[in-house]
Design a binder for this molecule. Structure first.
Ligand code: SF4
Length: 363
């Protein structure tokens, strides 16, 4: 079986073996419910975009406790929702999920649509997410091709998952393979096989239910693996000067715009310096802009590195102390150091920065 034509002719065998394997080996995950819960599926699919299952688990549980229904999510403000996403990254997803929930209430009577086109009209929902929600929550026989599924199908076709044209070929194959009676389970089985058995670097072919159909079996690795670390090493670096203004025990945070990096979260005021700019001068300029009446000079207290998926961020951290009457020129929030339940939402990078301030004795 060396190509998709022969795989398609063996579709019944692929479905049977895959579903039998899934029934025995699938993980017990909180969003996999019987009968399926469309809202839990919607939330989990947004959280799982570009994020691993084990990372999502605690966030999903917390989020569902706070927003147990689609209407409870839609009626909350984004500032109430973001703290339950803080630390999970890709904050645009949280904004999209919230807007999608509002749109479902406004235009679909609060019921998540089954139709793939209606799902795709919602913010943050592309072909994969629409297919996953329609098939898992509503048993609609459509494919859902994510990175894991793409890898499995490419290997079953004897192809490199990174080769040009691989994705459309895999989507076409997935459309023809999807099990008409259990499409949600079939799609999840392919994803689960990619996550648990057909891994990027060391697929466990002896345990694979599709091994006798697979031309890539026991080729280890089936195709040259890309090294994640090399991507991180070559990813661009964003340099930022961060300024922690202290007024008594409280420090001043500003809200990020609703688009872009750390969208809608709070952070210490920052400035991106020009390539060879003097960091001390940039911190002083930032301080003067925020607090024109303050004569104090910011003190450099540390350097912090943070790695995101596609870039690295290096912070030079400065501290300045101001008197009780000092008022910044921009809107923001004051908070004490160290995590509190009432904190505004902070990214993981800002939590690291907070730890840097604590270790420096700024609290
Ligand atoms: S036999 Fe190996 S390479 Fe082929 S699909 Fe199964 S795990 Fe992946």
């Amino acid at each position: 079986m060396r190509n998709s034509v022969s795989l398609e002719s063996a579709a019944a065998i692929v479905r049977r073996r895959l579903l039998r394997w899934y029934d025995r080996h699938r993980r017990n995950l909180p969003w996999r419910r019987n009968p399926p819960d469309p809202y839990a599926t919607l939330v989990s699919e947004f959280m799982l975009q570009q994020t691993q299952v084990r990372t999502v688990l605690p966030y999903f549980e917390r989020f569902m406790r706070r927003f147990p229904t689609l209407r409870s999510l839609a009626s909350a403000s984004i500032d109430d929702v973001l703290p339950f996403w803080a630390g999970l990254g890709y904050y645009r997803r949280c904004h999209h999920l919230h807007v999608a929930a509002c749109a479902i209430v406004d235009h679909h009577g609060g019921r998540i649509p089954k139709d793939v086109d209606a799902l795709r009209a919602l913010p943050g929902i592309g072909a994969y997410t629409a297919g996953a929600i329609a098939s898992i929550a509503f048993n609609v026989a459509v494919p859902a091709v994510d990175g894991n599924v793409c890898r499995v199908l490419s290997r079953l076709r004897g192809d490199d998952p990174k080769s040009a044209g691989s994705r459309p070929r895999n989507e076409a194959l997935a459309s023809r393979l999807v099990a008409p009676r259990r499409p949600g389970d079939f799609n999840q089985a392919l994803m689960e096989l990619g996550a648990l058995v057909c891994s990027p670097r060391s697929p466990d072919c002896p345990r694979c239910p599709l091994r006798t159909l697979c031309p890539s079996r026991d080729r280890n690795p089936p195709h040259p693996a890309r090294r994640a670390m090399s991507r991180i090493r070559t990813s661009p670096v964003l340099h930022l000067v961060a300024l922690a203004v202290f007024r008594k025990e409280q420090t001043f945070l500003v809200r990020r715009p609703d688009r872009g990096l750390w969208a809608g979260l709070y952070m210490w005021p920052t400035e991106e310096p020009a390539p060879r700019a003097d960091r001390d001068a940039v911190a002083l300029e930032l301080c003067r802009r925020l607090l024109p009446r303050v004569a104090a000079i910011p003190n450099h207290v540390g350097h912090l590195r943070h790695v995101l998926t596609h870039r690295r961020v290096h912070f030079d951290v400065y501290v300045v102390r101001v008197s009780a009457g000092a008022r910044p020129t921009v809107a923001g929030r004051w908070k004490p150091l160290l995590t509190r339940a009432s904190d505004p939402p902070l990214s993981t990078a800002q939590r690291k920065l907070e730890a840097c301030l604590v270790s420096h004795g700024s609290a």
